[in-house]
Write a protein that binds this ligand. Sequence first.
Ligand code: SF4
Ligand code: SF4
Length: 335
Amino acid sequence: MLSNEQSERTELHELFEIRIESIGGLGANLAGKMLAEAGVLGLGLNGSNYSSYGSEKKGSPVTTFIRFAPPDMLIRDSSPIEQPNVVSVFHEALFRTQNCTRGLRADGVLIVNTRKTPAEIRKLTGYQAGTVVCVDALGISIEEKTRINTAMLGTLCRIVDFLDTEVIKSGIRATFEKKYPALVESNLRTFDRGFTEIKVDVASSEVAAAQEPYRRPAPSLGFVTQPMGGVILNPGNSVLKDLSSSRQGFVPEFKAESCIHCAACDQVCPDFCFVWSPQTDSHGRTFQFLQGIDYQYCKGCLKCVEACPTDALAGLRETEGYADAHQTKHAFNLA
Ligand code: SF4
Ligand code: SF4
C-alpha cells in the first residue's frame, strides 16, 4: 500500500487498525460504520467498529475506531486503538487541541482534510515517518453539496490496498438510497474525487526507522503530582476555552456598513458570539450597537447568516488566520 500510484488490491494477512479523529457533525461515525460493514459483509473480513464521543453535541471531538482482520483471525480487542496503521483527521483544527498522531506507526499513514501540503502537515504535527496524504475534502464536499465523510472514505480506499473500491461504493449507495436517494450520485462523486485528488508524501525508510518506539502516555496527574486540595487547573470555563476546533470549516463574515443592529443574529446564535456596546444614534438616543463577532466561541453553524435580514452577515469558508484577524473580543469583567 501507500505510494503515489494506485496499486493492485491485496489480501489482508494481519490485524489492521484505523483511527478517525473528527468532530461531531462531519459524519465520522457513519464513515466508520460504512467502512466496517463493507469490510465484513462485502470482503468477508473480520471487523469491528465503534465511536467514542464527548458530550455528543455538534462540534465536540469524536474518535472512531475500525479494526480489520483476516477471516481466520478473531478480533478480541475492543479497546481504543493506540497504535493505528492509519489515522484519518477530518478536521485540521483538531491539531490545536489534541495529539491526533499519537501512536501512529512508523510505517503508518496520516490522512488529513486540508488545503495544506504534506510538508506543511509534517511540520505542524511533527510526524516525519510513514506517509502523509492531504485531500481538500471540505472543498470537494462544498462543490458536490455533500459531507466530507465520503471524500475521506475515497482517500482511505485509495491508500489501503485490501479495500475494494466497488464494495465501498456499494455500501455508500445502500446507505444513502434508503433515506436520501437524491444524495446517492453526489456522494459517489465525492468518493471518487477523494480517491483521486490527493497529495502524497512518503518518508524514506531511514526516517521511519528513526522514529521513537511508542510509549503509552502516563496520566498527566497522579497521586503524587495532583494539586493539593483538588484545585481544578483547567476549568471548563467558556471565557478561557479556545473552541475554534469545533468549527466545521465556515465562519460568518460581518459587514458593519450593512448592519441595522436588529439583533436577529444574537437571537439564534447558540454560543453568544455577538459583541455589543452602547452608543448614541443620530437622534441622541443610546442603543446597543453590534461591534462584531467573538470567533473564540463561534462553531460556524451559520444560523446567524440565515437570520440576518440584510447582507451584513455572509458565510465564508474559513482560511487560516481569518478569525484572529477579524476578532472582536468580549469585554468580561471578571473582578
Ligand atoms: S456561525 Fe453565527 S450563529 Fe453559529 S456560532 Fe458562529 S456566530 Fe453564532
Ligand atoms: S441580524 Fe444582521 S443586521 Fe441584524 S444585528 Fe445581526 S448582523 Fe446586524
